[in-house]
Design a protein around this ligand. Structure first.
Ligand SMILES: C[S@@+](CC[C@H](N)C(=O)[O-])C[C@H]1O[C@@H](n2cnc3c(N)ncnc32)[C@H](O)[C@@H]1O
Length: 217
């Protein structure tokens, strides 16, 4: 592997599971670039007072304040596989410490009882689910009947243009997501397509196409 390839593999690994100082920098960059996708996933949920909310793969958690202003009496739970993101999110959500909790977990088994959450969301993590069908079944287990799960993800064609996207990523089009959702216990309520301008790592403005899938139990 040459130096350029090594750098790209390092970026890919940091996106999958941010580690150390470089991981913290990646967390900042992700927050800045992905806040639009995060707010779209939150909006799709139509959050109301007293909801128990779970976020899967929260990154540095700088958006948690936006979420806590959506309604009164919310409880937010965040789970992630990255120790660096876990620690950053605890720091960044400190003003809301009485309403939030964070948990490091193994990326598979969610440390919650069945039927616990009213709303669940995840942004830019679907690419890393090891067994997507089992993952959806686990999300279904912890969601209350009548609850909603939103998944925000960048479109396969957009992702294929990024030089650091290699074997750690599984890519999805809206049709691929539909197949995944229909093979799960969830009802597929809708998949919205959106686009936004973002700045690439090379500093140029590019158009990102992404989707927000809304699933119901
Ligand atoms: C590409 S980053 C996205 C972070 C943030 N959601 C955003 O869009 O800016 C992926 C995040 O998901 C976490 N992650 C990866 N696989 C995961 C899994 N199976 N369950 C939960 N978190 C996971 C990573 O540690 C990282 O914080």
């Amino acid at each position: 592997m040459n130096i350029e390839e090594e750098k790209l593999s390092e970026i890919e690994a940091q996106l999958f599971c941010p580690k150390g100082e470089k991981g913290i920098e990646m967390g900042e960059a992700m927050h800045a670039t992905n806040i639009g996708m995060t707010l779209a996933a939150i909006n799709a949920l139509e959050i109301y007072d007293e909801c128990n909310i779970l976020e899967i793969g929260h990154g540095n958690g700088k958006h948690v304040g936006n979420l806590m202003h959506e309604a009164n009496g919310l409880r937010y739970f965040g789970i992630d596989i990255s120790e660096s993101m876990h620690n950053e999110a605890i720091k960044n959500a400190l003003p809301f410490k009485d309403q939030v909790s964070f948990c490091l977990y193994n990326g598979v088994n969610m440390p919650f009882e069945a039927n616990f959450f009213n709303k669940i969301f995840t942004v830019n993590t679907v690419y890393f689910w090891k067994n997507p069908q089992e993952f959806l079944e686990e999300v279904y287990r912890v969601l209350k009947p009548g609850g909603h799960f939103s998944i925000s993800f960048a479109d396969k064609t957009f992702m294929q243009q990024l030089p650091f996207v290699k074997e750690l990523f599984a890519l999805y089009s809206a049709d691929d997501m539909e197949v995944l959702a229909l093979g799960s216990p969830f009802k597929l309520l809708k998949i919205d397509q959106k686009e936004e301008k973002v700045t690439s790592k090379a500093g140029e403005e590019i158009t990102r196409i992404y989707h927000v899938a809304l699933l119901g139990k």
